[in-house]
Design a protein around this ligand. Structure first.
Ligand code: AKB
Length: 323
């Protein structure tokens, strides 16, 4: 089928990645060909931009009805409970992340969908994983319910590829930094919140220690990774739903210092909470050479370029909100 003839369903479409991915896919394929779904009600801008349906991904019948109603052939399955919220609500994390992913994969198999995207996360790693430049094939040692579901999800996706020939793809995302929609309940959320507070008030209190170093990626690179992986030739892929991807690694202190170059006098204080334990279990940096080799992954933004872009975008937003 031609690229522009896809009929796409996005789950979690009003989340941090979902909002921007849905807009990008609508630009690429046409607004009517991308059905945005989420358990929550959409903001007016999303509801008016194309088809939107309320969907609980743990309800396979509703998902199947939508796939049939819109003749969906491709799903981007972004609905998930992230690491920090998952530790507070582990039952919900298990249900949404496991039952949701299983429902998507079963429907892909039975309704003969062309392709599915299921993201994973650096939360699959843990204390037994090398801390720096984590290789593609390494020890998975998740210490959060979110990470446990992501490990199981990766294996489940691989099972569906091998056993049923379903075309499933996915990356292990690091922290994603963006200015369009706030992230919802992750450990890396500080790297977004710090920009909002820096632009608004010149001060931020970080819930991680200053020396906490984590792998990160700016939203344009995140979207590029999804599109490039989904466009890749299936026969060239040796892996499917567990590609390491990264763009940069920095500590909370280094990010604060970078922001301080553009917002003189910016002050960051550090008051670590329960999320510090999660961050301490994750690696500092990732080796993404398998993604580079198999489907040409190449990020564009480093810490300096991302910081300039984030601050400019948030200043523009602040000015627009005032007028
Ligand atoms: C989180 O912090 O939970 C997510 C992730 C790294 O998957 N951003």
């Amino acid at each position: 089928m031609a690229k522009d003839m896809k009929t796409i369903l996005v789950t979690g479409a009003i989340g941090q990645i979902g909002t921007e991915l849905t807009a990008l896919l609508r630009n690429r394929h046409g607004a009517d060909r991308v059905v945005a779904t989420d358990i929550a009600a959409p903001p007016p801008a999303v509801a008016e931009a194309g088809p939107f349906e309320r969907l609980d991904v743990t309800d396979p019948d509703s998902l199947k009805d939508l796939v049939r109603k819109y003749k969906i052939d491709t799903i981007y399955h972004l609905a998930a409970i992230l690491s920090a919220v998952g530790e507070t609500h582990p039952d919900r994390a298990w249900r949404v992340n496991m039952d949701g992913t299983r429902a998507v994969l079963e429907i892909a198999r039975h309704e003969r969908l062309v392709r599915v995207f299921v993201p994973s996360s650096i939360a699959v790693f843990g204390p037994a994983t090398p801390r720096r430049d984590v290789p593609q094939d390494t020890i998975l040692d998740p210490r959060t319910m979110y990470g446990v579901t992501k490990v199981a999800g990766e294996f489940l996706c691989d099972y569906f590829v091998r056993k049923f020939g379903v075309d499933v793809r996915g990356c292990r995302f690091p922290g994603i930094i963006s200015h369009e929609t706030l992230p919802g309940g992750g450990t890396t959320d500080y790297a977004v919140a710090i920009f909002y507070d820096a632009v608004r008030s010149g001060r931020y209190t970080c819930f991680l220690r200053e020396d906490t170093r984590l792998p990160m990626m700016y939203m344009p690179d995140c979207l590029k990774s999804v599109i490039d992986l989904m466009d890749a030739d299936f026969d060239r892929l040796r892996r499917h739903a567990n590609f390491n991807v990264t763009a940069m690694s920095f500590s909370a202190g280094e990010l604060a210092a970078e922001i301080g170059k553009h917002i003189p006098g910016f002050r960051c204080d550090y008051e670590p909470d329960f999320r510090q334990t999660i961050a301490d279990s994750w690696p500092e940096s990732i080796d993404d050479s398998a993604a580079r080799d198999e489907w040409g992954w190449q990020p564009s933004f480093d810490l300096a370029a991302m910081t300039v872009d984030m601050i400019a975008a948030l200043r523009k937003k602040a000015t627009e909100n005032r007028t």
